[in-house]
Each structure stands twice: as C-alpha cells, then as structure tokens.
Design a protein around this ligand. Sequence first.
Ligand SMILES: Cc1cc2nc3c(=O)[nH]c(=O)nc-3n(C[C@H](O)[C@H](O)[C@H](O)COP(=O)(O)OP(=O)(O)OC[C@H]3O[C@@H](n4cnc5c(N)ncnc54)[C@H](O)[C@@H]3O)c2cc1C
Ligand SMILES: *[C@@H]1O[C@H](CO)[C@@H](O)[C@H](O)[C@H]1NC(C)=O
Ligand SMILES: *[C@@H]1O[C@H](CO)[C@@H](O)[C@H](O)[C@H]1NC(C)=O
Ligand SMILES: *[C@@H]1O[C@H](CO)[C@@H](O)[C@H](O)[C@H]1NC(C)=O
Ligand SMILES: *[C@@H]1O[C@H](CO)[C@@H](O)[C@H](O)[C@H]1NC(C)=O
Ligand SMILES: *[C@@H]1O[C@H](CO)[C@@H](O)[C@H](O)[C@H]1NC(C)=O
Ligand SMILES: *[C@@H]1O[C@H](CO)[C@@H](O)[C@H](O)[C@H]1NC(C)=O
Length: 491
Amino acid sequence: MHRFGPLLALLGLAASAHASAVDTAAALTDCLTKAGVPVDASGSADYMLDATPFNLRLNYTPVAVAAVTTVKHIQDAVTCAKQLGVKANAKCGGHSYASFGLGGEDGHLIIEMTRMNKVVLDNATGIATAEGGTRLGHLAYELYNQGKRAISHGTCPGVGVGGHVLHGGYGVSSHTHGLALDWLVGATVVLANSTIVNCSGTENADLFWALRGAGGSMGIVTEFRFKTFEVPEKLTYFVATVQWPTEARALMGMGAVQEFAKTMPAELNMRLFIARRFINLEGLFYGDKEGLQAVLQPLMKQTNATLALAQTGGWLDQVKHFGGSSNIDQGHGHEEHETFYSTSMYTNALTDAQLQTFVSYWFKQAKNNTRDWYVQVDLHGGENSAVSMPDAASTSYAHRDYLLMYLLYDRVDKGIYPADGHVYMDNFVGNVTQGMARPDWGMYINYPDSRLGQEEAQVNYWGGHLAKLQAVKKAVDPGNVFHYPQGILPA
Ligand SMILES: Cc1cc2nc3c(=O)[nH]c(=O)nc-3n(C[C@H](O)[C@H](O)[C@H](O)COP(=O)(O)OP(=O)(O)OC[C@H]3O[C@@H](n4cnc5c(N)ncnc54)[C@H](O)[C@@H]3O)c2cc1C
Ligand SMILES: *[C@@H]1O[C@H](CO)[C@@H](O)[C@H](O)[C@H]1NC(C)=O
Ligand SMILES: *[C@@H]1O[C@H](CO)[C@@H](O)[C@H](O)[C@H]1NC(C)=O
Ligand SMILES: *[C@@H]1O[C@H](CO)[C@@H](O)[C@H](O)[C@H]1NC(C)=O
Ligand SMILES: *[C@@H]1O[C@H](CO)[C@@H](O)[C@H](O)[C@H]1NC(C)=O
Ligand SMILES: *[C@@H]1O[C@H](CO)[C@@H](O)[C@H](O)[C@H]1NC(C)=O
Ligand SMILES: *[C@@H]1O[C@H](CO)[C@@H](O)[C@H](O)[C@H]1NC(C)=O
C-alpha cells in the first residue's frame, strides 16, 4: 500500500474513491467476521461458484459475499451492510438475466442463500416450507418425493425459488395452475432493520402483497410457505414443428395462434418458440396423447404444424424434459452460464397492423441476426388461464390480464457479446409496441432488460401497482438498503 502513496496522491479524487472502496470492503469483511458470518475468500472455489452469474455478459464484482447458513447470519449481514452504507441483496439461484442477485452493479454485499435449501412438506395440510435459498428443481423433487405434490413454476431446475417466486414465476403449468407466486401463502422475512417478520394474507398483508411481484426490493425471505396441489398421474409434453416459409404464412399462423390462445382450455399450456432456424409450438397438456390431439387438431390444421413429439409421463418426467436435464435436484454448487442480451414484453392480441409489423420485422430484420437468438411467445392469459383469473390487484404482479408474454433472447455461443448487439431485440420491441398506449404493454422483471433506467424500469415492470409498491418500500426499507438498479424506490 505504502509504495503507491505518491501515485495515489497524483490520481487525486479517483484514487481516494478507490482507497475508500478498499477500506469499505475491509471494514465490511471485518464486521461480518466479528459477527460470525461466513465470508467467501476472494478467489476461492466457493467465491467463484457464488459470485459468477448465469449471464456472463453482466459479471459484477461484489464488495463481499456472505455465505450464510442461518437466519442470524442474514440479520447480521444486513446490519453490517446498513452500518457501512453498502447496498445488500439476496442471491438465490443467481439466474437473473440482469444479474440482480449480484446487485446489478459493482460494489454490493451479496447474501448468498443457496446453502439454506431445506424443503419440508406437511402431508396432512399440503403446506410446504422451503428455505430462502432453494432452487426450483430441488423444490419439485422434494415435493414429489415427500407426498406427490407440486406448485406451478418455470422450467429451469437451477433457477432460484427466491427470484422466481418473488417476481412472478410463469411455466408450463401456469395456464392450468397460475404463477408460482399464486402458491405462496406466507413468508418469513428479514427486513432492512434486521428484524424478522412473518407475512401472509392476514399478517403484514401489505408486505405480503408487495413480496408477490417485487419481493427483491422489500427484504430477504428466509422461508417460503406454499400451498401445493396433488400431481396428476398423466401429463403429455409435446413439440409441434411449424413451417412458415413466407411472411404471409407467418402472418396467418401467428394470427391463428393468438386467436386460439383466447379460449384454449385450462388443461393446455403452450408457447410459440421462434428461433432463427425453426419454429415450434410446444407445451404441456394435463391429460393423455389422445386428449392433446383432440384439443390441438384445429390449430394444427390452421398453422400447418406437425406433431413431432407427444410423450405421456408422470410429473417428474415433464420437469426433466422442460428442465433439459435428468438431474433436477440442484443444490448449492450449480454451474450453468450463458452470454446474452434479453428483453421482454407483454401485449394483448395484436391487431392486424401490429401482427404485420411483428412478422415484417422478424423476416426483414431479425433474420439478419446470425447469433443464436429466439423469441418465445407464451400463451399467458385468455379466458381459461389461471394466471388471469385472480383479481389484478390481489398481488403486486401487474400483468395478469395480458394474453401474450414474449421473451426476446439473443446469445453468443462463446466469446463476447457485441456492444451494439442489443439493437435487434430492442428494435423488435420498439416496432411492435410503437403507438401502443402505456397500459397496452408491459415488461416482465424476471425477463429484465438490463438497459432500462430505473424510472422506466419501474413503470414497465410494475405499471399501475408502482405507487403502492413505493409506499410499502418506504415503510419497510426507507433507506433503500436492498437497492438494485431497476428495483422499487421508496415513495
Ligand atoms: C435458464 C433459465 C430459465 C428460466 N425459465 C423461466 C421460466 O420458465 N419462467 C419464468 O418465469 N422465469 C424463468 N427464468 C427467469 C427466472 O425466473 C428469473 O431469472 C429469477 O429471478 C431467477 O431467480 P434466482 O433466484 O435464480 O436469481 P437471483 O439472481 O439469485 O435473484 C434474482 C432477484 O431476486 C432476489 N432474491 C433472490 N432470492 C431472494 C430471497 N430469498 N429474498 C429476497 N429476494 C431474493 C435477488 O436479490 C434479485 O433481485 C429463467 C431463467 C433462466 C436463467
Ligand atoms: C406423505 O404421503 C405420501 C403419499 O401421499 C407418502 O408416500 C409419504 O411417505 C408421506 N410422507 C410422510 C413424511 O409422511
Ligand atoms: C413465523 O411463523 C413461523 C411458522 O408459523 C413461526 O415458527 C415463527 O416463530 C414466526 N416468526 C415470527 C417472527 O413471528
Ligand atoms: C406446410 O408445410 C409443408 C412442410 O411440412 C410445406 O412443404 C408447405 O409449403 C407448407 N404449406 C404452407 C401453405 O405453408
Ligand atoms: C437486414 O437485411 C435487409 C435486407 O435483407 C436490410 O434491408 C436491412 O437493413 C438489414 N437490417 C439490419 C439491421 O442489418
Ligand atoms: C424499427 O426497426 C427499425 C429497423 O431495425 C429501426 O430502425 C427503428 O428504429 C425501429 N423503430 C422503433 C420505434 O423501435
Ligand atoms: C423495523 O422495521 C419495521 C418496518 O418498518 C418496523 O415496523 C419495526 O418497528 C422496526 N423495528 C425496529 C426494532 O426498529
């Protein structure tokens, strides 16, 4: 340190900022260590596992990583962060597309939760408790093995229950059984002042409302309590390939898909997957192959689709299929990374002109993109969707009524994602939503767009629920300890 003295003096402000960052890191580590909170040594194998995000494009450097194993560790870590003016964030699965588990920028304290992942099902009540660091695959595996039960959730077994449930959680059971957050009945939370509170529909109800849509901004959930459903005996997962060689065919095809989405039966869960080289209709049917064929037949005709796979199996068979892995029981060390840019949108059924814009952008612009990109269009809402049935105000998830949810994802297989790569997907969203009034479209915080500023992000993700969320934030975290660049700001 000493021999850099003159250099530091020369560099003036920048150097003193650097020196104070170093001091903060040392003081924070000291505070954590004195409190008995385990800290990952920088550069250790645990540090590499805990601090490497899913999206390698956004690889932020934390000021420290607290490898917590008890609720007391979490409370003490929050106290240390608050004392030193450091922002703190829980990291569960680390699968946020914008690396929000790492704080979404450099210099945060990461409270790494995945060593706390116990799941216990009460067979008598069907209520399950899951610790705050549980991954989806482990939850599915345990609920099934302890009592043949489940909740509705997304597809990737490495995704954390923390990020997923607290911000939505849409998957191949959602049209039938709703969002992951619809299965949450209570939670235990460490607040910004390190106190522990429970919340549910009847206890701290505003906090419980805010957790179900914007939880990462409100506190650190140490335990989730879920109601569960009994898994069906037979489900059929399927892939239908679609040939739309021309814009005219794609226009007719997409029109048919969105018409079908409006009234498709609750038992069917489906998405349109548009990749650079192929197009699929794929999903999960609650029933057998004959039942699926009967339901899909009219759409197959209209869209020129061919059923390439229709496999009937049990609950874990479909979890493994959609998870892309036979090893779904994922715990602390889980290595899975991609390098990509993503963004999202929700819309209602597109008008003819909007459909034309979508297809024209797809064929004339998006197809020039030679990277490995896709646009996934989830048939999210509609008359029979369990997502759209609850009152829109019942949770802070702001997008129940939209028919369609789109994930736009653009990745490189290796190397660095180009600095201007984002224009393809940004222009896709820009063209389709051009001229739409604000409530006619939104964005999904679990498919975040890392380039949005905080004001715009809050409006896009939380729409009409923003004012109430900001009021709850002010009540539970007025100093914004749990800050991240697209989180809720206190009122
Ligand atoms: C391969 C893959 C597949 C996916 N598939 C789907 C899908 O099918 N459907 C879908 O809806 N989404 C899907 N997602 C998106 C996923 O739901 C989000 O990225 C989710 O936020 C990830 O949660 P996490 O805990 O893994 O992430 P993290 O990066 O650890 O956390 C994300 C956010 O949640 C906060 N958080 C985490 N744990 C807690 C906690 N215990 N208490 C308070 N705050 C917490 C973090 O601070 C951060 O703000 C997928 C993502 C990936 C990478
Ligand atoms: C719970 O119920 C399932 C069957 O529904 C049974 O297989 C399992 O052993 C039970 N578990 C416990 C802990 O009682
Ligand atoms: C929260 O609820 C759990 C489960 O009902 C209970 O064990 C715990 O003591 C409660 N904690 C507080 C702080 O109320
Ligand atoms: C329907 O798909 C087949 C390939 O399966 C293709 O040859 C044909 O051109 C398509 N028809 C239309 C009208 O797009
Ligand atoms: C894509 O290619 C078309 C010609 O096929 C061209 O008109 C268009 O400008 C290109 N778009 C981009 C973003 O390169
Ligand atoms: C629509 O896409 C074109 C071509 O990529 C782009 O130049 C234009 O800015 C986009 N429009 C909007 C509103 O995003
Ligand atoms: C901690 O914060 C909560 C929410 O703001 C508040 O109700 C509680 O009184 C605070 N506890 C202490 C000890 O300050």
